[in-house]
Design a protein around this ligand. Structure first.
Ligand SMILES: C[S@@+](CC[C@H](N)C(=O)[O-])C[C@H]1O[C@@H](n2cnc3c(N)ncnc32)[C@H](O)[C@@H]1O
Length: 235
């Protein structure tokens, strides 16, 4: 199987999309096992940080199987939610699971009007975009001024110690889990190596400012592994 190009390796959207299409059936189980179910706690932190209110409109981008959208609805049942992703098999599982509205769309060219949403979430999605700056520009476009953005991601680690722990887990545990749980070892290689190639959290925060966001705040949810960044669309 051809390898999926990593962040910074040029045109890669079709290969990334094909990979998610392939792994969609086992994606939820894989997530839970690989993170020992902590992934759902991280999604709850993301939604809680944005404090959604009934009546507001939320775009969950790179929604995949729609766990964030489901958590947002649980927290604010009157929220108007749209989940968007370019992988139909991922979205189909999410729509069947949650019953929430979903649209197949490319994050780099959203077929949505400007200033349409009060809130936007992206969980473990921005690392996969062919152009981070274009993705953030699209998010800034569809959020109204004052709209809140929340991003969860496996940012590249900045500290030597946590990079070591991270690399050990990635190299030792993940490949074993990958072989046990997924028929697609290439997806595991991509997952691990794309984490190691992506932006650090401070680099990502700077990209948010460049794209027109203010009040950019980041926190580490799991050292060397998972971070949360929130920001507000500048007027
Ligand atoms: C790791 S999954 C995360 C799914 C979900 N947000 C979660 O929390 O589990 C990344 C998702 O991003 C989607 N994705 C990647 N690049 C995209 C793009 N350019 N446009 C839309 N979706 C994209 C993939 O199809 C995949 O479903």
């Amino acid at each position: 199987m051809a390898s999926v190009p990593l962040p910074g390796e040029g045109a890669r959207a079709p290969a990334v999309r094909a990979m998610f299409d392939r792994i969609a059936p086992g994606y939820d189980l894989l997530n839970r096992v690989m993170t020992l179910r902590v992934d759902q706690r991280w999604r709850r932190r993301l939604v809680a940080a944005l404090a959604p209110r009934d009546g507001e409109a939320l775009l969950d981008l790179c929604a995949g199987t729609m766990d964030v959208a489901a958590e947002a609805r649980r927290r604010a049942p009157g929220l108007r939610i749209l989940a968007a992703d370019f992988s139909l098999p991922m979205l189909a599982r999410g729509a069947a699971k949650t019953g929430l509205p979903a649209a197949q769309a490319d994050a780099l060219a959203l077929p949505l009007p400007a200033a349409r949403f009060d809130l936007a979430t992206v969980a473990f999605g921005v690392r996969n975009l062919e152009s981070l700056d274009r993705g953030l520009a699209e998010l800034a476009r569809v959020l109204r001024p004052g709209g809140r953005l929340g991003v969860l991601e496996f940012f590249r680690s900045t500290s030597g110690g946590s990079r070591l722990v991270h690399a050990a887990y990635n190299r030792l545990a993940l490949p074993v889990l990958g072989r046990l749980l997924s028929p697609d070892p290439e997806a595991y290689r991509y997952l691990v190596e794309s984490m190691e190639r992506f932006a650090t959290r401070p680099e990502f925060e700077e990209a948010c400012r460049r794209a027109g966001f203010g009040q950019v705040r980041g926190e580490t949810l799991f050292p060397g592994v998972c971070g949360l960044v929130t920001a507000v669309r500048s007027p």
